[in-house]
Design a protein around this ligand. Structure first.
Ligand code: NDP
Ligand code: MG
Length: 410
């Protein structure tokens, strides 16, 4: 059947999803499928998708995308990008019929894809510092970037912002707190007085220090309100996630650390708040589901029906706000310190944390070693206030080996 006139008048938005096989990647694919049902103006085409270890999941994404994108003029399947070279080469050898032009191999293929002129928007959903180069590439090419990969801002916030200003890239937050702040900021014309990041408090919100020192991997991975990848789930348990988000907010919104606050909100309904000069506080609320902030980053300034669960107001519900306990969760202090001093501190904290979380996930260190190790590495690095990207990457490598040395991990 030929496409109807209304379908033919739609414009295509080509989207590249970096880290498509993860928690945010999967939610992004759902968002694209939904947008093709609800957007009267655009076809949302999955142009390309990357994976690091899950080639089967990547193939499934490609074949499933063909079913929900039937009206696109260009029906070629999405490009498959393998950030891991060995996995990509193994995939090509076992699928000799797949046209080589539709497959990219190695981290450089993600960078090339992020800069391809056909691509309109990039969702940066790789976990950790591994997402830095491809996210920067998209910004360098002036794309709209839906930023889930907060580590890019933590490592290189000033570099990213400078580049985005030069290229006019649109950097839109996907992290639910930063999306909330971005949404609330549209309620005022001047800079906010304060931004208030909410934190669920994670699985150890009510635990004492001794209990936390004996925390098992299983308990640390049991997040009460969000389903996420393992690294950010551990970050939520230590509250390092909130520390990283303080730093992310500092650079994303160009606000001093003193203008940022953290409060604990166990229900994860209020995603963050903004306080304006007149004392008015605006909050963004919705059930904890990442599809909403992902979709908003793609469709901004438009709002369209979203597949996120709706607010259930049929039962009694309460919203609690608690003071964040920086003594039980010392990661928060590190976040504020790093947001204040900037320079090399973000790259060092991020690398030490990534390494420590990896060791905890491997069962090599205790839960409380994560933040203690990060604090030691941070305190012992040679701070520089205005480092180039190359120096930040050098310090990333240094902080990882220093963390292992201090925790005497193999
Ligand atoms: P996941 O662990 O679920 O997914 C990570 C993705 O990155 C996967 O696609 C994985 O590929 C890919 N990946 C892993 N290592 C590498 C590497 N070395 N090079 C290239 N790609 C790699 O993480 P999440 O989706 O939970 O998180 C992604 C980002 O979004 C993080 O920065 C996180 O902080 C942020 N975020 C996540 C939220 C959430 O709700 N999950 C909320 C807010 C922010 P493969 O699976 O094939 O190995
Ligand atoms: Mg968040």
């Amino acid at each position: 059947m030929p496409d109807s006139p209304s379908e033919m008048s739609k414009t295509v938005r080509n989207v590249l999803v970096l880290g498509s096989t993860g928690s945010i990647g999967t939610a992004t694919i759902n968002v694209l499928r939904n947008l093709n049902q609800v957007d009267p103006e655009h076809h949302w085409r999955l142009w390309g998708a990357s994976a690091h270890s899950k080639s089967d999941a990547l193939i499934s994404i490609q074949s499933e995308a063909l079913t929900w994108n039937p009206h696109c003029a260009n029906k070629t399947p999405c490009r498959l990008l393998f950030s891991d070279k060995d996995l990509g080469n193994a995939f090509l050898s076992s699928h000799p019929h797949i046209p080589k032009a539709t497959v990219g191999i190695g981290p450089e293929s993600l960078i090339e894809a992020a800069q391809n002129p056909e691509v309109d928007a990039v969702v940066a959903a790789i976990v950790g510092r591994a997402g830095l180069e491809s996210t920067l590439a998209a910004i360098e090419a002036g794309k709209r970037v839906g930023l889930a990969n907060k580590e890019t801002m933590v490592v290189a916030g000033p570099v990213v912002q400078k580049m985005a200003k030069t290229t006019n890239a649109e950097l839109l937050p996907v992290d639910s707190e930063h999306s909330a702040i971005f949404q609330c900021m549209q309620g005022g014309t001047n800079r906010p007085k304060k931004i208030i990041l909410t934190a669920s408090g994670g699985p150890f919100r009510t635990w004492n220090k001794k209990e936390m020192s004996e925390a098992t991997l299983e308990s640390a991975l049991s997040h009460p309100t969000w389903e996420m990848g393992p690294k950010i789930t551990i970050d939520s348990a230590t509250m390092m996630n909130k520390a990283l988000e303080v730093i992310e907010a500092r650079w994303l919104f160009d606000l001093p650390a003193e203008s940022i606050e953290v409060v604990v909100h166990p229900q994860s309904i209020i995603h963050s708040m903004v306080e304006f000069e007149d004392g008015s506080v605006l909050a963004q609320m919705s059930p904890p589901d990442m599809q909403l902030p992902i979709q908003y980053a793609l469709t901004y300034p438009n709002r369209l029906p979203c597949d996120s669960p709706a607010f259930d107001r049929s039962q009694n519900w309460g919203l609690e706000l608690e003071v964040a306990d920086r003594e039980r969760f010392p990661a928060l202090n590190l976040g504020f310190e790093v947001a204040k001093v900037g320079g090399t501190a973000g790259a060092v904290l991020n690398a030490a944390n990534e390494e420590a979380v990896g060791l905890f996930l491997d069962g090599q260190i205790r839960f409380t070693d994560i933040v203690e190790g990060c604090r030691d590495v941070l305190a012992n690095h040679h701070f520089e206030s205005n480092p180039p990207l190359s120096r930040l990457l050098e310090l990333d490598r240094w902080a990882r080996s220093e963390l292992r040395r201090r925790l005497k991990a193999s």
